[in-house]
Design a protein around this ligand. Sequence first.
Ligand SMILES: NC(=O)c1ccc[n+]([C@@H]2O[C@H](COP(=O)([O-])OP(=O)(O)OC[C@H]3O[C@@H](n4cnc5c(N)ncnc54)[C@H](OP(=O)(O)O)[C@@H]3O)[C@@H](O)[C@H]2O)c1
Length: 379
Amino acid sequence: MSPTEQSVLDAAYMARALELARKGVYSTHPNPRVGCVIVRDGEIVGEGWHVRAGEPHAEVHALRHAGEKARGATAYVTLEPCSHHGRTPPCADALVNAGVARVVAAMQDPNPDVAGRGLLRLMSAGIAVQSGVLEGEARAINKGFLKRMEHGLPYVRVKLAMSLDGRTAMASGQSQWITGPQARSAVQRLRAQSSVVLTGADTVLADHARLTVRPDELDLSAELTALAVTRPPLRVLIDGRLRVPLDAPFFKAGSALVVTCAAASARERYHEEGHEMLALASSGGHVDLRKLLVELASRGVNDVLVEAGPRLAGAFTRLGLVDEFQIFVAGKFMGSSARPLLDLPLAQMSEAMELKIIEMRAVGNDWRVIAIPAHGPSV
Ligand SMILES: NC(=O)c1ccc[n+]([C@@H]2O[C@H](COP(=O)([O-])OP(=O)(O)OC[C@H]3O[C@@H](n4cnc5c(N)ncnc54)[C@H](OP(=O)(O)O)[C@@H]3O)[C@@H](O)[C@H]2O)c1
């Protein structure tokens, strides 16, 4: 087989491994999504994907599936096999013991516990190793894990729904519903994919928001719905002065992490009701959002979904903490007295924030625009 034919086949098998990895989008947190395909004599003999932290990695599932057929085979893995003893034994050793002849990885694992040592372990056992096949696609399914490993911060997505004239709530604060049921299902899926869903006191007060994942609105297969609900995201409320009462639907929906500037005496009641309290004041009198993100990353949080109004979403934006905006646009005008998308006071065109639109597609009767800051977040 020529090198070109081999690289076409490598890309095709890696594409299948990536498809398997994507099945873990709702469940692997805090671990990365990983898929593996084992091929011998032009035939797929084993497939696997990582389902949940603490359970076997993708390689182990695929090797079990392949059995004796793994001997002399090629393993395609979307992330470098691990080399350390975590909650499960090293996958590099499992591949060596199974007698695999060649390993193709989409990318190296930036996790300092691995960082090239998995590939070295394979090479030192005489296995042919190649890395970098469909690396861009592999990075795209683990944006949060990679940002945490490489920068010590989670990947921050800000989701907002707006009218065609760029408005997010009426002057009274009323904002339900701007978009239709399909867009709301898409938001439910975004929640289910996130480690954290974060909002502010005024959104909870105005919308009676609970920020839960509602299985009947996910519009997923039974298998994926079951995975999505077994690991609900942590709900985080920014409430600088503890204005949201404990009998609000947000608190009735389960325990949450409340981030505040309030004194210890005021935090006590929330703590007693089973909510975790985190005091993180900034010099500006609000919660320190950057410190909060560092804290969340240290707890293994990969992806944060911010579902807030213009003030809090604007604060994240002004601080350069946003990796991605997901803006759902409805075909309606809400008028000039309604509230804007973001509180972002700018005076000159030269100050306008440049974005790169990376995706735009219809979702029911609405549109979804995915945009990233043209100059990246400030990490
Ligand atoms: N269309 C949409 O997608 C959408 C989504 C959500 C909400 N909404 C609407 O938006 C309105 C509420 O928006 P909002 O932004 O005022 O409320 P919000 O999302 O609750 O944000 C206000 C919260 O952010 C905090 N905050 C403000 N500036 C900050 C800063 N610089 N640093 C850290 N924290 C800061 C405030 O702190 P303190 O606690 O210290 O005051 C407050 O807790 C409601 O009418 C709601 O219906 C629309």
